[in-house]
Design a protein around this ligand. Sequence first.
Ligand code: ADP
Ligand code: MG
Length: 464
Amino acid sequence: MDIEKSAITKNAVTVWKDCLSRIKENVTQMTYNTWFLPIKPVAFENNTLKVELPSQFFWEWIDEHYNSVIKNTINDVIGPGAKLEYVIMEEPVEDIRNITHVEKLPERIIVDKPKVNNDFETFLNPRYTFDNFIKGEGNQLARAAAGAISDNPGGTSFNPFFVYGGVGLGKTHLIQAIGNEIVKKFPDKKVIYLSSDIFTVEFVEAIQSNRVNEFSSFYRSMDVLIIDDIQFLIGKEKTQDLFFHIFNTLHQSRKQIILTSDKSPKNLKGLDERLTSRFQWGLTADIQPPELETRIAILNKKAEDYGMIISTEILEYIAMNITSNIRELEGCLIKLLANASLNSKEITLDLARKTVKEIATDRKINNISIDSITKTVCEHLNISENKIRDKTRKKEVVLARQLAMYLSKELTRASLKTIGLHFGGRDHSTVIHACMSIEKAKESDSNFKEMINELKNQIELSAG
Ligand code: ADP
Ligand code: MG
């Protein structure tokens, strides 16, 4: 199996090399370095080349600007029937696992990840390491504990290790770095990383296929269980209950448990108290937004990683204006690079100003969540939020549900699958159907259209 896999990978590498040499002739050097070199070939099968991109933004950019370059190139290199599929390295919620992005992204596949044995996959992203995690005041405690845990998983008093903090501050990076380090130091240990959303989806699937015992014993057999964004278990009582039992088994046998959340255990309202109290048994560490020096250090490191030369003045400008989120700092650099390379401009302070502004607009979009949309719609139509998630086929509930699905598609970047998941585990075709019904109703009823616009405004306003 492994030999087969490596053969496939090798092939992908040669195919992509061929592609690169052609692309090189058709784009500027900067474009080539910025947008094509970071692409990694992962597999080649049935005329389909699978490549991995560093981020969702990266993919959107390439798709928008270099679609035809890529298409022509792979047609030339692979021949008729050639197809290219993208895999994204990082993504907030649906981090890894085979979640299909129905609308745009093809299947997500994982290759070349550290493995304990053939049928075991850690789902860790090798990009997240301690080496490229910058220390600062805001993450000092969490980082120190992370180091201690990777030296002695399950053997410190930091069990569970609970990391919390706002978005984009490095929680996922840090806990995956622990996982990667443990796999490196203790290759026999079974380490698994997943987000609590995926845990829930898998659990539901296990129920449907009558494999709950198998599911549960799989997670009980881990040496290190890393669950990201545990807040997504709120409102999912059955999953919480199962997780409670897995937690107990692992904790009793001194296996390491690592969790993150957007809030401290005490503030995780809606989560079973049996769980939140256990979360406080070990070490709870928060990650605070980085101070100016750390922000500058992070920008310096990332600029270096991207091979960018940017003046201190500009780096400082960015660090002073993007203050609360490391993902945004990173995004700003990439955007700056993009703006400069696309318009063959130099990276100037002016361009930096423009880019920082764009980031603020993006932030608005990212602040809109499916939950906040649901809440607004339900309030407006006077329907309880629970109803929208259950199976009711009452006319007004169906309308509210469809409207919330439609607005989620319009106002967030969530995939159809994710949207369906938020509304009682409906599948993507239901979401498509909902969007079409609303579009139709909008066309024929101007009052309805107006109401939708009002709702949109309201949702956007509350996102700040
Ligand atoms: P969170 O899980 O808290 O939302 P992430 O771990 O996804 O945040 O971090 C967002 C981005 O910022 C990632 O690309 C990550 O590599 C980067 N990042 C966060 N903290 C640091 C840090 N201390 N040093 C270097 N990069 C960081
Ligand atoms: Mg995260």
